[in-house]
Design a protein around this ligand. Structure first.
Ligand code: AHR
Length: 492
């Protein structure tokens, strides 16, 4: 069957929030320490302790928002331990992630500095699981209060006169699991209590995000929306693509066609999750005021052989690029409800966009997908109809092609397409209604082998190139997508 895509170039009213292209970085393994923070005295070139190569790469990729400090770490993080002179900061055990000693050298000031340098929105996750209401209240006061108060004065003593602007605040993380093993009913009440003290000081307005469901826990969404939706702006959702089981997840680089197919199929489950959770949210919030915030997503494999199992360090192949492309297409197409998403985790952890080794740094295939797709940020989602051929494996089949399309403020239409088949090309006819294409250009990310990835010896093995296997037709375009490829077309 030929694939067919009809795009309505003159319709559409939903904006694809740039925050769908968000990231997540936790105090876990080498994400914060080494990946971001090297300290002011490091031989690695840095700005106030934050490595310059990483800053430059993340800015070029268009990072719009960064979630911190966890993750599970957030619910045992006590922010007061992470401010003041670094040499005096209290050390703690990072019990979730390898039992290593956390010296708290990267704290609130360092994180807010990082976001300033990246020109991105900070998204802080507060500690509901093991912290107090007072801690959360005082953290907000410390960060955002402009005037004389115990916390604002302390911030000034610690070197920051002006308050920061903070928009996004999460009230706990995975409180159904590592954040306190709570039932939905119990957490809903706790959420209502804690969020009361997340105050708006001066002009600062906080967008409050409640802990949402674990994967397909629809009961959690029902209870939270019923009991607390009027007190929240966003509800989170966590779902990871794990090709195997939680006990044996599979290797990041050593996999076959069957593993490839399973990974694509499990990634596409995100469509069902977003649709079903949104349907429940619609019941309580038909105007879609409350955002579904997919603040942890991505692949999760076995760690690289010989590395600390608690550090979650994994390589990143062309397969991960497809996972990113599929998920981002899903989020774009649900932009009316999905107001933010944060891939886990920015550097050296899970589906990272950047890997480092001492002073060396590389961009993963996933990085390139984010960079290619950034054209969708803040553009208008275009309604479309996609008829895709099936990609079959034994008794199972999934769509071979996924897509999303948007129009930016200059009137340029961008279409992102994934051919998820490991060996078959996909010919696709694209009919453009309400738009006349004059000039078309394209970029592609693909490689000879499914397992191809970037290494410190060969950091640019997988990188985007120009794509021109398309023809302008009377009604639109005919395009040939190579197997296992991500393509972005720009139509002027
Ligand atoms: O991203 C790794 C962990 O996965 C996070 O800390 C937690 O929230 C999730 O279970």
């Amino acid at each position: 069957m030929k694939n067919k895509l009809v795009i309505n170039g003159d319709l559409g009213s939903t904006t694809i929030s740039r925050h769908i292209y968000g990231h997540f970085s936790e105090h876990l393994g080498r994400c914060i320490y080494e990946g971001i923070w090297v300290g002011e005295d490091s031989p690695i070139p840095n700005t106030d302790g934050i490595r310059n190569d990483v800053l430059e790469a993340l800015k070029k990729m268009g990072i719009p928002v960064l979630r911190w400090p966890g993750g599970c770490f957030a619910d045992e993080y006590h922010w007061k331990d992470g401010v003041g002179p670094r040499e005096k900061r209290k050390k703690m055990i990072n019990t979730h992630w390898g039992g290593v000693i956390e010296n708290n050298h990267f704290g609130t000031h360092e994180f807010m500095k990082l976001c300033e340098l990246l020109e991105c929105e900070p998204y802080i996750c507060g500690n509901l699981g093991s912290g107090t209401v007072q801690e959360i209240q005082e953290w907000i006061e410390y960060i955002t209060f402009d005037g004389t108060s115990p916390m604002a004065n302390w911030r000034k003593e610690n070197g920051r006169e002006e308050p920061w602007r903070l928009k996004y605040f999460g009230v706990g993380n995975e409180n159904w699991g590592c954040g306190g093993n709570m039932r939905a009913e119990y957490y809903a009440d706790e959420y209502r209590r804690y969020q009361t003290y997340v105050r708006n000081y001066g002009e600062n307005r906080i967008y409050k995000i409640a802990c949402g469901p674990n994967v397909a826990d629809y009961h959690w969404t029902e209870v939270l929306m019923r009991e607390a939706s009027r007190m929240m702006d966003g509800l989170s959702l966590h779902y990871y693509t794990v090709p195997g089981t939680w006990q044996s997840k599979g290797s990041a680089t050593d996999f076959d066609e069957q593993d490839w197919f399973t990974t694509m199929k499990k990634t596409m489950f995100m469509e069902e999750l977003v649709t079903k959770h949104s349907t429940i949210m619609d019941k309580y919030d038909p105007d879609k005021r409350v955002g579904l915030i997919v603040d942890e997503w991505g692949t999760w494999y076995d760690v690289e052989p010989g590395t600390n199992p608690g550090f979650l360090y994994q390589q990143n192949t062309l397969r991960d690029a497809l996972v990113a492309g599929i998920n981002l297409n899903i989020f774009n197409n649900h932009a009316d409800r999905v107001h933010m998403a944060n891939i886990a985790q920015t550097i050296n952890v899970l589906q990272a966009v950047i890997l480092t080794e001492g002073e060396k740094m590389l961009r993963t295939p996933t990085y390139h997908v984010f960079e290619m797709y950034k054209v969708h940020q803040d553009a208008t989602l275009l309604p479309m109809d996609l008829e895709s051929a099936q990609y079959s494996n034994g008794d199972s089949s999934i769509p071979q092609v996924t897509a999303s399309a948007s129009k930016n403020s200059d009137g340029v239409i961008h279409i992102s397409l994934c051919n998820v088949h490991h060996e078959s090309p996909a010919a696709i006819d694209i009919e453009l209604r309400g738009a006349v294409p004059n000039k078309v250009s394209g970029r592609i990310l693909t490689s000879d082998n499914m397992q191809d990835h970037n290494t410190f010896q060969e950091p640019d093995k997988v990188q985007p190139s120009t794509f021109n296997d398309f023809k302008l037709e009377q009604k639109g375009l005919s395009v040939n997508l190579p197997p296992k490829s991500v393509v972005v077309l720009a139509i002027e």
